[in-house]
Structures are given as structure tokens and as C-alpha cells.
Design a protein around this ligand. Structure first.
Ligand code: FES
Length: 277
């Protein structure tokens, strides 16, 4: 069993969950993920890792409540236990001295980018962080990433904090300050990373997106997480989750992600938790 050290609502609908998992944090690297089950009968949920402390043996994730299973995780309290935390899974994000790197985070991606930003900074990259959200109350961890980047751009769709707009606004800002990225890394919900891939395509540089696909085993056995990249079938859990967003078949990915939305909505509605927020 894995002990819950902390569970906190960071912003509406996004929660931080820290558990004791010393064996996993011994080897984990930026960009990898873990699979949680909130109880013996719950489904397996892949979650990106947002931080860890090797000395304390703790691992932190930031997740969004999107259905019945994540709703259950969001009700855990300090001292509770969860039966399953499996990992580290997936390939780590490639970290090197690339030059100028733009890191784009939306929703839970503002958390999962943190280890990558720290590692890129340690390699001497010039880092621009772009965090985007619908409104000011959905932005978090700006203070956490600030020491590791040269510039921080926050964008809200309603203009209540930072610049008004979406990810394409950050491209306009880079133009104004005459900054051309050598690499782009995007974490967050599928629409967010898709937007990053489209909006940054003009630079003709790698746009590394972390794909959040449906998963079951997370080890390449079930095939549920398959995506088409460069016209080849890949499994996000073992070949990814990072892929070059310029090569992803986005249409297919969006169709596959929608498959279980009705079942999730039904479960949440009937569990009395008040619906998907
Ligand atoms: Fe089963 Fe990837 S989750 S193959």
C-alpha cells in the first residue's frame, strides 16, 4: 500500500497528490508517468509526475478531475492509502543543451513540466515558460518555475491575468522580442498540446508533446494507447508519451479520446459527486 502524504486542491478541478513511493522515485526521470488505482476495484489511471523527493521517497502528481476515477483520487486525505502506484513508466523527456527552449503548459501540464524545466535549466538552456489557462484562477506554480527560466509568459483566454488569448499569443510575443526557439516542449490536455503543435509549426523545430492517451496496462501489452506518428503505429505508454507533435495524427487521437466520455459522465452522475466539473 502507498501512503498519501498530501492531497490538495491547487485550483478549481486540479489536485496535487503526494504519496510515499521510494522505489519509484529512485529511478524516475522528467517526462515519465505512473499509474494509480484509488482502490482495489478502481480503474488504472495514468498520471504525469510533477515532482519528487528522493530523500523523502515521495512522488507528486497534479491531476484534473475528468471522471469517476479521478473524482475518487481527489477525495483522498493525508494518511489514506492507495493499493497501486506503478512506475516509472514511459520514456523520459529528452534533456540536452538545445539552446532556446519554449516550455508550454496548460492544466495539469503546468505541474508535469516542472521536472523538465529544472533539468533543462541544469543543462544550460535558455528557457521561456508559457503557461496558459482559461482564467487567472486556473494558473498555478508560476513561482515554482520562475527561478529556472529566463522569461515567463502567462496567457489567459479571458485576459484576467497576463496576456489575453491562447497559445498563438505566445508566438506573437516571441516575434516581438525576436526569439526563435530551437525546441518546443508542451504538456497538458490533448487540445492544449495540439494547439502548441499547430501554432509553433512555423518554426520548423521539434515540438515535443506529451500525449495523454487512454491507457490500461501502461506496459505495451493491451494496445489501447496506440497513436499514429509519422504514419506508423506507436504505443504512447512505451514509445512515448513524448512524440514530435508535427508528426502526430491528431484527428485519430481526438476520436480515440472521446470513446469513453459517455460512460465516464454516467458514472460521475450516478455516484452523486455532482457531475464533471
Ligand atoms: Fe496498453 Fe499502452 S496502455 S499498450
Amino acid at each position: 500500500m502507498f501512503e498519501v502524504i498530501e492531497r490538495e486542491k491547487l485550483v478549481p478541478n486540479l489536485h496535487l497528490l503526494t504519496v510515499r513511493a521510494p522505489q519509484i522515485v529512485e529511478t524516475i526521470k522528467p517526462g515519465q508517468f505512473v499509474i494509480f488505482r484509488s482502490d482495489e476495484k478502481a480503474e488504472r489511471i495514468p498520471l504525469s509526475v510533477a515532482d519528487w523527493d528522493r530523500e523523502a521517497g515521495t512522488l507528486t502528481t497534479v491531476f484534473m478531475v475528468v471522471g469517476a476515477s479521478t473524482e475518487k483520487l481527489s477525495s483522498l486525505k493525508t494518511g489514506d492509502t492507495v493499493p497501486t502506484v506503478v512506475g516509472p513508466l514511459g520514456r523520459p523527456t529528452e534533456i540536452d543543451n538545445f539552446g532556446s527552449v519554449v516550455c508550454i503548459g496548460g492544466c495539469y501540464g503546468m505541474g508535469s513540466l516542472f521536472p523538465t524545466i529544472k533539468a533543462l535549466d541544469a543543462k544550460g538552456n535558455d528557457i521561456t515558460v508559457v503557461y496558459e489557462a482559461r482564467s487567472h484562477n486556473l494558473l498555478y506554480w508560476a513561482d515554482k518555475v520562475a527561478p529556472f527560466c529566463s522569461r515567463f509568459i502567462s496567457i489567459t483566454r479571458d485576459g484576467s491575468s497576463g496576456f489575453k488569448g491562447h497559445i498563438d499569443k505566445s508566438v506573437e510575443i516571441l516575434d516581438i522580442i525576436d526569439l526563435k526557439p530551437d525546441r518546443v516542449i508542451a504538456n497538458g490536455c490533448t487540445f492544449s498540446v495540439y494547439k502548441a503543435a499547430k501554432d509553433y509549426a512555423r518554426y520548423d523545430v521539434p515540438i515535443i508533446v506529451s500525449l495523454n492517451t487512454i491507457m490500461i496496462d501502461g506496459t505495451g501489452m493491451c494496445g489501447v494507447c496506440r497513436v499514429t506518428v509519422d504514419n506508423k503505429m506507436k504505443f504512447a505508454c512505451v514509445d512515448g508519451p513524448d512524440f514530435d507533435g508535427r508528426r502526430v495524427d491528431w484527428e485519430e487521437l481526438f476520436k480515440r479520446r472521446k470513446q469513453y466520455l459517455n460512460e465516464e459522465a454516467f458514472l460521475v452522475h450516478n455516484s452523486g459527486c455532482g457531475g464533471i466539473k
